[in-house]
Design a protein around this ligand. Sequence first.
Ligand SMILES: [Zn+2]
Length: 292
Amino acid sequence: MKSLSLFNLFFLLLYLSGTAIGLDVEFYREKIFSGKTLVVLIKDKDEKIGNVRGNFLGSEFDFYRAGDGKYFCARGVNIYMKSGKYPFSLDVRCRNGEEEKSEYKIIIEGGKIEKKDKIKIAEENIKDVTKENSDNENIYISLIVRQVTTNRLWRGNFMMPVKGVITSPFYGFRSINNGAKFFHQGLDLACPEGTEVKASNDGEVVLTEKLISRGNTVIINHGQGIFSVYYHLSRIEVKEKDILKKGDLLGLSGMTGISTGPHLHWSIFANGVAVDPADWIDGSIEKFIFED
Ligand SMILES: [Zn+2]
């Protein structure tokens, strides 16, 4: 039998923790890898909470109601975060005027690299890409996926948007033509040009545009800070403000923008941070929040 080390004991204590006014605070995952989603659930069985705010990694945010007496937040942990213990604080205001602040330590294990991935792209294909327009494009995207709308449109688990083969994992460390080195923050799903690309969950289309690096791009807002992005499409079949259901066609796969071959680049963002879609696809985040 495995012995319970002090280290493990710490995680058990962290995982489920009560507060003085009788709230249960639960953390999805005992320890979190950078690039994953931290989910925190507050159980308020006596319905005392009037308002609850969290503070983590330098930003302050609201919790969302997840049914009777439950509140949650889903926060992306940037893949570039270094290992360490980081404070997570809660500021609860009760209906009766009582206030409570509490602080927890989140253990982040940083920079897990599963696979190194060197890609070569014909210089011809990147002739239009400059440091300036690529930086601008990154800022443009990050401003879109950082928006917060309070309505939750996503329901249930997220689905893979194409039936494809994963060629590059979320955690791949990539260099292009031995130059720029970065974490590849998404899944590359290899599929023949023209493969139908489906919305991975319910949401509103907030961007349909041809970009220099990402090619034809669709971004869906699923609400409460969760977005999914679809790059390199050959065709876009939706327009901005369209409301999509999970599985609705949004475009056809291709290789527009910087791409070594036909594939779909797909990512999920939580509060503006690209996160590993695995926990959203298998439904484990959703179960943690909504099932008892
Ligand atoms: Zn990609």
